[in-house]
Design a protein around this ligand. Structure first.
Ligand SMILES: [Cu+2]
Length: 142
């Protein structure tokens, strides 16, 4: 279990959707919603989140629809670890799993987390709502 650090927000997108900065890894303490990025009906809030190397980002599906968190393999730093809900090792595997059996699905209230160990820009997408523009970015700073 990774202790979450203080996550700074840069850029104000998606006000009021649970992007409150969090100090400790205890959900619900001091108004901490326990996650960093919420998934609404057709998007991530905030759509851009800035964290530091070593931070763990927690996503939660706060909507009634099913979503995924799936990194674009070409949209993350070369040396970074790939991430996708469902734990798939690459984007092709994640997409195939979704297509065949809704692999990687995050239902209402489900969470996914990833610890970012390499600085850079990370673009990710919700596979079922990609055509609807459901994608977002995590910026990881040194
Ligand atoms: Cu979605």
């Amino acid at each position: 279990m990774h202790r979450r650090r203080f996550l700074r927000r840069v850029g104000v997108a998606g006000l009021g959707t649970g992007a409150t900065a969090a100090l400790a890894g205890c959900a619900g303490v001091g108004g901490d919603p326990g996650y960093d990025v919420g998934m609404v009906a057709s998007g991530y809030r905030p759509a851009e989140l800035t964290v530091a190397v070593g931070d763990t980002v927690v996503w939660e599906n706060t909507s009634s629809r099913t979503h995924t968190v799936t990194a674009y393999e070409g949209g993350i730093p070369d040396t970074a670890e790939y991430f996708a809900s469902g734990g798939y090792g690459n984007e092709v595997a994640a997409r195939e799993a979704w297509s065949s059996d809704f692999g990687g699905a995050l239902e209402t209230g489900d969470r996914f987390s990833h610890t970012f160990e390499v600085a850079g820009r990370y673009d990710y997408v919700c596979i079922p709502h990609e055509t609807g523009g459901m994608y977002a970015t995590v910026l990881v700073e040194e």
